[in-house]
Design a protein around this ligand. Sequence first.
Ligand code: SF4
Length: 327
Amino acid sequence: MSDNTKTKNDNVLLEFIDVKKYFPIRQGVFAKTKGYIKAVDGISYDIRKGETFGLVGESGCGKSTTSKLVLLIEPITSGKILFDGKDISNLSQSERQAYRESVQPVFQDPTGSLDPRCRVSTIIAEPLQVRKNMTKEQIHARVLEVLEMAGLRSDHAELFPHQFSGGQRQRIAMARALSTEPKLIILDEPISSLDVSIRANMMNQLLDLQAKLGISYMLIAHDLAVILHMSTRVAVMYVGKIVETGDSKELYEHTAHPYTKALFAAAFHSANEGALILPGEVASPYNPPSGCHFHPRCPNAMPKCKEIEPLLKEISPGHKAACHLFK
Ligand code: SF4
């Protein structure tokens, strides 16, 4: 690892440095580029070892594209993502394989990610098959170990995904993610498809596993209550940008950005209780409003909000907001 890519803080596991992901929009017979969808537009943050970092925002804000960049499903357009100090866009083949083992996903809909023709043991063992130093017996033992960690039984190994409930299928996905002893798990809406009655149980089990194994989570959710329950720190995204970030407790007690305030109001109060209901839809990342992208929906908008884009600035230690209300 070269010194120029090593992070300064040893406690940092993943670092985003001014990361952008633009998708070109092509038109005509020659597929000429007529513009870009700026799905992720210059975000910087870090995820520390053993913490849960929550990314929250409405659909289309860029949070799922962010997870695809970390999972190497999409290449970044510019900026850098460092993992353990190493730039993930310049990995050799062997480093890429090691990285994939260190960073595992758990997606919203476990049904789509579990092959219905395979037994659970095969599904969980799949990420381990590339390991040349593991025997069949060792792989099977690891399958049983992670099944138990995820709250399932050893006899579940020989069943098929359709023989489980939604909550159990999400546990299978979790067991598969744990199989390679990852340092980071991307939890993309991990409980939103589950029955309300089992959501709290699943959240607490994820937190127990984290305390036991010291893994980091990048938690993506549109539900602020879930984010606050599980996360150490939070970033709020709007049209590809981070508009507010800080410790979850600080964000809850001293919410600064009007958009975050609206998300909190929607999550914790009904309209009858005076919750702020935002007018309009989330702006398009293809042609976002000028200045502050949030200005057409913001109850505090001022003339300069249409003209000047607010930068993300520290408003108290560790708490940043991108809004002209703060000097
Ligand atoms: Fe609202 Fe202006 Fe702040 Fe944007 S910069 S959130 S429009 S007050």
